[in-house]
Write a protein that binds this ligand. Structure first.
Ligand SMILES: NC(=O)c1ccc[n+]([C@@H]2O[C@H](COP(=O)([O-])OP(=O)(O)OC[C@H]3O[C@@H](n4cnc5c(N)ncnc54)[C@H](OP(=O)(O)O)[C@@H]3O)[C@@H](O)[C@H]2O)c1
Length: 264
């Protein structure tokens, strides 16, 4: 039986992905920070991805119980809405600690065994903001761009061991994604645009895709004989990827400003 480990299964994309992989026949482990209602098909392990000891202990316990990990899905993540100028380096570092270093810690914990078994898939939940900008989400976008650069580079290093690294790029998805205010240095001149951007993000998430759509894509990436490096979720995200590569920059620029409510 194949074994999957998914981070951040208390809600949202992580939860939907763990449920889907369990339905597909994986023995599925899911990480949580706090106790949550158990799910009969998901074995829960405690992990705070910011804490290396908790990551290493949890991964070791999964190996001990199941003997292997075939698929790691890094979904745990947080967002932040603030003007770049307002965000302190400490706030930015906190966000990177979860969204980027969390991915790195989990990856480093599973790689020795995946290399030894000469197979494995590491699937990182990035975002369309892994290849697009977003006003008032600069640090979040930076964490996701970092995940993309890391994942693609790592994939070249581990492919000869039978391990593949894949990024999944959802657009807005209907989840609890927490959006801290990162306004350690508030600058009132940004108030109007920041509030408009925050309201627009709220609205887009509320009407976003079902997290099950992301789970479908992860399930496909986990089993594809020759996986792609990137999978977008939904027609919109796929179109954005294409536009970002080939459309005139002005078109994407106008679309981003409109989406985030900062078009003048
Ligand atoms: N929603 C969207 O529109 C969207 C779009 C593109 C990409 N994404 C990405 O999708 C991923 C999942 O987010 P979501 O939208 O499903 O939000 P969500 O419902 O809030 O799920 C996030 C999960 O991450 C966990 N988490 C947060 N910090 C953690 C930490 N330090 N250690 C361990 N677990 C932690 C949360 O656990 P707790 O319950 O303990 O907080 C929760 O289970 C994130 O990487 C996000 O960036 C989301």
């Amino acid at each position: 039986m194949k074994v999957a480990l998914v981070t951040g299964v208390s809600s949202g994309i992580g939860r939907a992905t763990a449920v889907r992989l369990a339905q597909d026949g994986y023995r599925t482990f899911g990480t949580v920070r706090e106790a949550v209602a158990p799910h009969e098909n998901i074995e829960l392990v405690r992990v705070d991805v910011r804490d290396r000891d908790s990551v290493e202990e949890a991964v070791a316990s999964v190996f001990e119980t199941a003997g292997r990990i075939d698929v790691l899905v890094n979904s745990a993540g947080v967002a932040m809405v603030s003007a770049a100028e307002e965000t302190t380096p400490e706030e930015a570092r906190d966000l990177f600690d979860t969204n980027f270093f969390g991915v790195m810690r989990m990856t480093q914990a599973v790689l020795p065994a995946m290399r030894a078994q000469r197979s494995g898939r590491i699937i990182n939940i990035s975002s369309v903001l892994g290849f697009l900008p977003a006003p008032f989400m600069s640090v979040y976008a930076a964490t996701k761009h970092a995940v993309e650069g890391y994942s693609e580079s790592l994939d070249h290093e581990v492919r000869n061991f039978g391990v593949r690294v894949i990024v999944v790029e959802p657009g807005f998805t209907r989840t609890n994604l927490s959006r801290h205010n990162g306004n350690g240095h508030p600058v009132s001149e940004y108030n109007m645009d920041r509030e408009r951007a925050a309201a627009s993000i709220e609205e887009h998430i509320k009407h976003g895709a079902d997290p099950a759509a992301v789970a479908d894509v992860v399930a496909r990436a986990a089993t594809a004989r020759t996986p792609a490096l990137h999978y977008q979720v939904g027609a919109n995200a796929r179109l954005l990827r294409v536009l970002r590569s080939i459309a005139p920059a002005g078109l994407v620029d106008r679309g981003v400003r409109k989406t985030f409510g900062v078009a003048s």
